[in-house]
Design a protein around this ligand. Structure first.
Ligand code: ADP
Ligand code: MG
Length: 340
């Protein structure tokens, strides 16, 4: 090795040494990968962050294998292919199905985990988009509804023809799980981005709030920002997966009552609450309900906050977000209504 190279190596070693001396609560570790059909970006701070994030990545990939509606050997596929026979599933899957069914009841079926026959008819899971005939949709509607599912302990039985899709809750639920695991591992500051689902652990390392952007549904830009701590921020938007045929746009959030993509004048709904699973279920449900029904739901429950963006650009926020919601530059002229 030349003297120059040796000096360079010594210098590099010194730098590494200096960096590790500087390990403090503010040093961040990032992990990025694709899972659950979306881009995942996990960031955690402080000692133990690296090990904890690697474990989080493994546990998310394992959950995906279990819950995916497209993977042939997932537990959900086993249930969907059972043709009315009972199937024994893991405790995790049973707990998530139980939660999804309870949210379906709470939202009068606006969010419904049995929506899969409809989602499949529109080609959303396989990315083979098509507009089904009205008669086809009508023949599928009787297969949709929480009453199609019997869950006793860990045994799941679906009516013949009925099928489950946990796509509206799985990422939020997984976010809760990862956040709990990180806390158990001693991490007190992290931000987990699972596509449109954000889960924050504690605060930023300096004790300040996390700043989470809300995308403009009509562009790549950020419409507004929210400052939050130790909670989830989950957005459902028509813009996230859609196709256009004969000049009409169809998106992946389906109204289980009609079988058609939900069209209520909303282009996105963002829900804020401590539980990512609750946020995820509600972001889908409130999108289906539309602003007025969603406002009633908020007034009735008051266990979440929300931002509604309408096709005409108008924005509605719930009262609890008044101090944490800020329009971004270029959007400050937008009309914002506060629900009380
Ligand atoms: P994303 O997964 O894009 O973040 P959502 O959380 O709103 O968005 O979930 C949408 C997914 O849930 C769809 O891709 C579909 O698989 C499924 N889905 C569509 N409509 C409904 C509905 N009304 N209830 C439950 N699941 C739905
Ligand atoms: Mg959702």
């Amino acid at each position: 090795m030349s003297r120059f190279l040796r000096r360079l190596t010594a210098l590099a070693a010194g730098l590494v040494f200096l960096c590790s001396c500087g390990i403090s609560a503010s040093r961040s570790v990032d992990v990025q990968f694709t899972a659950m059909d979306t881009f995942i970006h996990l960031t955690a701070y402080g000692a133990g962050a690296s090990t904890a994030l690697n474990a989080a990545q493994q546990s998310l990939l394992a959950l995906e294998k279990q819950l995916s509606v497209t993977e042939a050997d997932s537990e959900i596929s086993a249930v969907n292919n059972a043709d009315g026979r009972p199937v024994s599933v893991s405790e995790d899957t049973a707990a998530l199905v139980d939660f999804a069914l309870s949210m379906s009841r709470r939202t009068d079926g606006a969010m419904d985990p049995t929506v899969y026959p409809l989602v499949r008819a529109w080609g959303f899971t396989a990315d083979e988009y098509r507009v089904p005939a009205q008669m086809e949709l009508e023949s599928l509607l009787p297969l949709v509804g929480a009453e199609q599912v019997d869950l006793s302990g860990n045994t799941l039985t679906l009516s013949p023809g009925a099928m489950l899709d946990l796509g509206s809750v799985a990422k939020g639920w997984a976010g809760d799980r990862l956040a709990d695991d990180l806390k158990q591992a001693g991490v007190s500051s992290a931000i987990l981005r699972l596509g449109g689902n954000i889960q924050t652990v504690g605060t930023k390392p300096d004790g300040s709030d996390w700043v989470v952007g809300i995308q403009d549904p009509d562009s790549e830009g950020m419409l507004a920002r929210l400052s939050v701590r130790d909670c989830a921020v989950v957005t459902s938007g028509g813009y996230q997966r859609a196709f256009t045929e004969n000049g009409k746009t169809y998106w992946h959030i389906i109204d289980p009552a009609t079988g058609h993509p939900a069209r209520t004048g909303l282009t996105s709904v963002t829900v804020v609450a401590p539980s990512g699973a609750l946020c995820d279920a509600l972001s889908t449900a409130l999108f289906v309900m539309g602003t007025d029904r969603a406002a009633d739901h908020w007034r009735e429950h008051r266990d979440f906050e929300a931002v509604f963006v309408c096709e005409d650009g108008r924005i509605t926020i719930t009262a609890g977000l008044e101090d944490s919601f800020t329009l971004m530059d270029g959007y400050t002229e937008r009309e914002v209504t506060v629900l009380r």
